[in-house]
Design a protein around this ligand. Structure first.
Ligand code: ATP
Ligand code: MG
Ligand code: MG
Length: 550
């Protein structure tokens, strides 16, 4: 993409390189917790971390931050790897915080030995109460003054499984009066007798995020640990642990997380949508997950372009989802093959075209590409499908499509004139009768007739039939999490509309997975994984224009 100015993290890195910090080395990491599928917000973080390493000749680790065994699973690990690769990034090392459990345990022992950590027997409620409030200092309890030897013994007993969940915790001994609540003797370890997806039952104590993340960064000698703004108040603690442990001094930098209109992005909430059946899985095309977007027909390049355009901000903001849609439209315009498909079919008969006769027209795959990106054959015959709304019994003034006496061009074919129509007993139009102008053949038009409208069509005997799924926004409210509303109550009940019998050009029977198609006048579509031989399913990626513009 075009030249842009440096973002604030690039400025920091360039300054570090100038100063010879870390010998000019740039090492980043992308640290997902394997407790859900990745979403578009993660894509932002992936682009940033991998993009910086790419730009500054550095490396990026993929590190699974798997210190919460209850919620984590290998299914998530696999999906995360697939999504990162699909975005076009390759990690240097695949690592797991759980691989560092021994080392993190010995870090804790070191702090106990320095008199900087203690085992606390209080209940979680007592600990919360004793911590005080932002305006009121916390108070020390009797456990804070335990001897080093007693702490060492109790901590090893915690590890050996002598105590039940919640009976004891290990806390850092820092400052109960600190204005920063994170420094008021934060919990480092808690007891959880649960199976871990990688370490099994080897451990029954697990480090807290704050005593695992920075330690993992340091073990990997990460130079720039990039996280989102809510970790700013954690930074003094991050630095305190590293200083007291005297380990590699990784630095943490914070940027604004991606928030987007009409979307929820927390994995907890996305899981709720899946579990409660509001969507059909993590890769439902309405989900803001990478896998859902891929299934819907979003291209990698459109996601990368979106991440580039929104930039790296230092303040919270909300991005309009229409920017994402704009990016995919732009990209698909350049790559999608043009095809005709009739979503809401009405039969049209060309009365002066001989029965049994057919012609083959040729159409470029994509006029935006030099040379058309190849072409396909489009069969034409006496009976065609057209869109129901391309005909009006009593046309309004500026209606340039079909109606009694009106003329249009059939895309890539002939100009036709509407002579008549047929209705059933309920008054529904069932057939439109037209005559064609033989001299008006597209590309060889000698008719001198000017028409204002062009419509798409599909030859009835040649048509390929498929199911099409139209998606709309999943929420009715721009900010689904606003004013304490229950986000499940503002779900758009009409976010999925199924068109069971759509007629397409015959070559769509051989549609390729992963390719974008522009159904002329109807938007961009892609083949869905639910397709089976004889029953293809297409997802609408996005409409041709922003129909949501207010
Ligand atoms: P969520 O709150 O959605 O569950 P998380 O932050 O708990 O997300 P992690 O798996 O911990 O999810 O995230 C991995 C990385 O992706 C972290 O470095 C995190 O900061 C980053 N990340 C997560 N959500 C966003 C977002 N909306 N915008 C930018 N980066 C994000
Ligand atoms: Mg999380
Ligand atoms: Mg997290």
């Amino acid at each position: 993409s075009e030249e842009r100015s440096l973002n604030f993290i690039e400025e920091i890195i360039e300054e570090d390189i100038r100063n010879g910090k870390n010998d000019g080395r740039v090492q980043t990491r992308f640290p997902p917790e394997p407790n859900g599928y990745l979403h578009i917000g993660h894509a932002k973080s992936i682009c940033l971390n991998f993009g910086l390493a790419r730009k500054y000749n550095g490396k990026t680790n993929l590190r699974f931050d798997d210190t919460n065994p209850e919620k984590e699973d290998t299914e998530y690990v696999e999906s995360i790897k697939e999504d990162v690769r699909w975005l076009g990034f390759e990690w240097d090392q695949e690592l797991y915080a759980s691989d560092y459990f021994d080392q993190i345990y010995s870090f804790a022992v070191k702090l106990i030995e320095k008199g900087l950590a203690y085992v606390d027997d209080s209940t979680p409620d007592e600990i919360a109460l004793q911590k005080g409030t932002p305006t009121e200092a916390g108070v020390a309890n009797e456990y804070r003054s335990r001897s080093i030897s007693e702490n060492l013994l109790l901590f090893s007993e915690m590890k050996e499984g002598k105590y039940k969940d919640g009976e004891r915790v290990l806390r850092a001994k820092i400052d109960l009066a600190s204005p920063n609540m994170h420094l008021r003797d934060p919990i480092m370890y808690r007891i959880r007798h649960v199976n871990h997806h990688r370490t099994g039952d080897a451990w029954c104590i697990y480090p807290m995020y704050d005593f695992a993340h920075g330690q993992s960064d340091s073990i990997e000698k990460i130079t720039h640990s990039i996280c989102t703004l809510e970790f700013i108040p954690h930074r003094p603690l991050y630095d305190w642990f590293i200083d007291e442990l005297e380990i590699f001094p990784t630095k943490q930098y914070e940027f604004a997380r991606l928030n987007m209109t009409y979307t929820v992005m927390s994995k907890r909430r996305l899981l709720q949508l899946v579990n409660e059946g509001f969507v059909n899985g993590w890769d439902d095309p309405r989900m803001p997950t990478i896998s859902g977007m891929r299934r819907r027909g979003y291209t990698r390049d459109s996601i990368l372009e979106f991440c580039d355009r929104i930039g790296v901000a230092k303040r919270e903001n909300v991005i309009d989802v229409s920017l994402l849609e704009f990016c995919v439209r732009e990209d698909l315009n350049k790559s999608a093959w043009r095809r005709m498909a009739v979503l809401d079919p009405l039969k049209l008969v060309i009365t002066n075209y001989p029965e049994g006769q057919e012609e083959i027209f040729e159409g470029e795959n994509n006029p935006e590409v030099e040379g058309g990106d190849g072409s396909r054959e489009i069969p034409f015959s006496r009976e065609l499908w057209i869109e129901r709304d391309d005909f009006m019994e009593i046309p309004s003034k500026k209606y340039f499509r079909l109606g009694p006496g009106l003329m249009v061009r059939l895309k890539s074919a002939y100009i036709i004139k509407c002579d008549d129509f047929v209705k059933d007993e309920q008054g529904n139009v069932t057939e439109v009768h037209c005559s064609y102008i033989p001299e008006s053949k597209s590309g060889h038009d000698t008719s001198a007739i000017k028409v204002k409208g062009t419509i798409h069509w599909v030859s009835v005997p040649h048509a390929s039939k498929a199911e099409v799924r139209l998606y709309d926004r999943l929420f009715n409210d721009e900010d689904p999490m606003s004013n304490g509303k229950d986000f499940l109550e503002i779900i758009n009940q009409a976010s999925l509309q199924v068109m069971p019998a759509v007629y397409m050009e015959p070559d769509m029977a051989h549609a390729e997975m992963g390719r974008g198609y522009q159904f002329i006048r109807k938007g961009y579509y892609t083949l869905d994984k639910d397709s089976v031989e004889g029953n293809l399913v297409f997802n609408r990626t996005v409409t041709l224009k922003d129909t949501w513009a207010k």
